[in-house]
Structure formats: C-alpha cells, structure tokens
Design a protein around this ligand. Structure first.
Ligand code: NDP
Length: 312
C-alpha cells in the first residue's frame, strides 16, 4: 500500500498523460498506471499529422514517448500496471493493480481509452499499420490514389468511406448485411458517392499478403451465395465500432449503452465527487488525440480545484 495519493490516473494515452502533466505541475504528485496498451491507441498508428505543433508530422509511438517524458519531467511516476479492480464507495478511493498493489487516492482520473474493434483475423493484426487501419482520419492521407476497402455499415463506416474519397482512387464498402445501419443522411451520402461502391452481404475472409509486409489483396465472401474471390486491395479500414475500456466501472459509474462513461455536460466530473473521466473512455463523438488531451487537461484542473475545496 502506498501513501494516499492526491490523484491517480488510469491510462497513458493523450488524455492520461495530459492530465498527468497538469496534475504534476499543480503539485498533485500523480501516479499513472499505464494500462494494457501503454501509450494508448496512437502507438498502433504510424504518422500523426493532425496534431498541432508538429508541422512535419510525428510517429505515433514517438509522440507518446514525448507525452510520457513531459509528464515525468514534472514528477509524474508511471507504472506499467493495469488497474484491475476499484473501490469507489468511499474516500480515499482504492485501485487494485495486476501487480498485487493497492493504490489509495483522493481523486481518480479515468483515461482508459477505447479500443477499435477488429474482425479478429490473424493477418489483419499482422498488417496493422501496413495497410490495415481502424482510423481513416489518422491514416487516410497515406492512401492517395489507392484502392481501399472499408468494413462496416454504420455511421463510422459511411463517414470514413466518404472521408477516404478525398485520397483514394476508389473506396469499396463491405457490408455484411443487405442494408446499412447508418443514419439515412450518412448512408445516402456514401451510397450516392461516385467514388464509393457498396458490396452487400460481403465479408472479409482473409487479408493478403503478410509475406510482402503490406496489404495487396483481400479474400472476400458473399455470405448469401457462398461465392468467394480475391480482390486487389491496398488498404483495409475497419469501422465496425469501438469499445470503451470501461468494464472496470460497470455498476459503479454511469455509462451509456455502449459503455462510454457519462460526465457532467461540458465537464469531466462523474457522478462520484472526486472521480473524473476523460478521453475516449468518455467521448464517443470526437475520438481524436487532441480532444483527448483537452479533456485530460480539464480533468486535472477539475480534480485540483475540487481537492482544494475539500481541503480549504
Ligand atoms: P455501429 O455499431 O453503429 O456500426 C457498426 C457496423 O459495423 C454495423 O454496420 C455492423 O453491422 C458492422 N459490423 C460489426 N461487426 C462486424 C463484423 N464482425 N463484420 C462486419 N461488419 C461488422 O458503430 P459506429 O462506429 O458506426 O457508430 C457508433 C456510434 O457512433 C453510433 O451511435 C453512430 O451513430 C455514432 N457515430 C456518429 C457519427 C456522426 O453522427 N457523424 C459518426 C460516427 C459514428 P450490422 O449492422 O450488421 O450489425
């Protein structure tokens, strides 16, 4: 058991490290538990070109190392542990980690992020960042004049497909049913786009070609007729949903039907005073590094002020 911390931060993506930078500079001596994917989702993207301040872009993993260094410079301690259980029934709050440690804290900042859902194909994982992506906004630019495929039929898939038409030579949407789940306006925009072709009842069976170290083709299947064929491809974008990493807080904090933590409008405060949620664990809408960093900053400032009021 450690001394009671002023704040403990769960998660080490842009939200967590930004919260740490602000909390450390406010003398809150934060500890960050880095979680199961240290550095968060940016560590699985290549170049980040839309984060202000990096006119030439920066590699995702390098960017997250810099976030970490900046947080540590002001005294943040980072432990490569995963919060596995929480007790928020009274203060100090308790967090139990996978290293058999118990952390006690006056305030808790939850920045556990979200994970894009993947199809679960072996080659899909092997070719992540080499033609396979779950973020068109992050990676679309690298597919100039390329033939790309988007899996999914929801708003994200339609939005990503439409976004990708700015770069790709042609975008093929692979929809597993014979209708889209997306809202009418987003669906129509995609279906009517001259650079988008929708393939109904179509699923990805395999991603080729790992031996070449990049996506060269997809093995597709029509799930109605059973027909299977290979299609040349240079990019595969998954848009089949995200899952916020919030299982830890089920039954403890309010969340929406998809598991995103609910906070006060325009704030990061949860229903438990002293507990804050920021980044993709709380944001189903923007899901950008810059907005995650912004809400991380908000969480640290809210935590500091709340603590000050308790102490004062
Ligand atoms: P959704 O859950 O809405 O849609 C997921 C899509 O992926 C569905 O078409 C689903 O098919 C398909 N899918 C799921 N699993 C598989 C699989 N294994 N293989 C093939 N296809 C699969 O997720 P979204 O990310 O699109 O949207 C999440 C939320 O965010 C929604 O509420 C949406 O409205 C919102 N959103 C809003 C936007 C906006 O307003 N600008 C933009 C983006 C998202 P099936 O339909 O058959 O289940």
């Amino acid at each position: 058991m450690t001394d009671v911390l002023k704040t403990l931060i769960l998660g080490s993506g842009p939200a967590g490290y930004t919260a740490a930078i602000y909390a450390a500079r406010a003398n809150m001596n934060p500890i960050v538990l880095a979680g199961s994917q240290p550095g968060g989702q940016l560590t699985i993207t290549s170049d980040v070109e839309n984060y202000p301040g990096f006119p030439d872009g920066i590699m995702g993993p390098e960017m997250m190392e810099r976030f970490q260094k900046q947080a540590e410079r002001f005294g943040t301690e980072v432990f490569f542990e995963i919060g596995e259980k929480v007790d928020l029934s009274q203060r100090p709050f308790k967090v139990f980690s996978n290293a058999d440690k118990t952390y006690e804290c006056e305030t808790l900042i939850i920045s556990t992020g979200a994970s894009a859902l993947y199809l679960g194909l072996e080659n899909e994982l092997a070719l992540q960042g080499r033609g396979v992506s779950a973020c068109a906004t992050c990676d679309g630019f690298f597919f100039k004049e390329k033939k790309v495929f988007v899996v999914g039929g929801g708003d994200s898939a339609c939005e990503e497909a439409t976004f990708l038409t700015k770069f790709a030579s042609h975008v093929h949407m692979l929809v597993r049913r014979d209708e889209l789940r997306a809202s009418k306006i987003m669906a129509e925009r995609a279906i009517n786009h001259e650079k988008i072709t929708v393939h109904w009842n179509t699923e990805v069976v395999d991603v080729l070609d790992v031996s070449q170290g990049k996506v060269t083709a997809l093995e597709l299947k029509n799930n109605k007729s059973g027909e299977q064929w290979t299609e040349d491809a240079e990019g595969l974008f998954l848009a089949i949903g995200h899952k916020p990493n919030t299982d830890l807080f089920k039954g403890v904090l309010d969340m929406d039907d998809s598991g995103y933590l609910i906070t006060e409008p325009g704030k990061t405060a949860t229903k438990i005073p002293g507990v804050y949620a920021c980044g993709d664990a709380q944001d189903s809408y923007y899901r950008q590094a810059i907005t995650a960093a912004g809400t991380g900053c908000m969480a640290a400032i809210e935590a500091e002020r709340w603590l000050e009021n308790q102490e004062g």
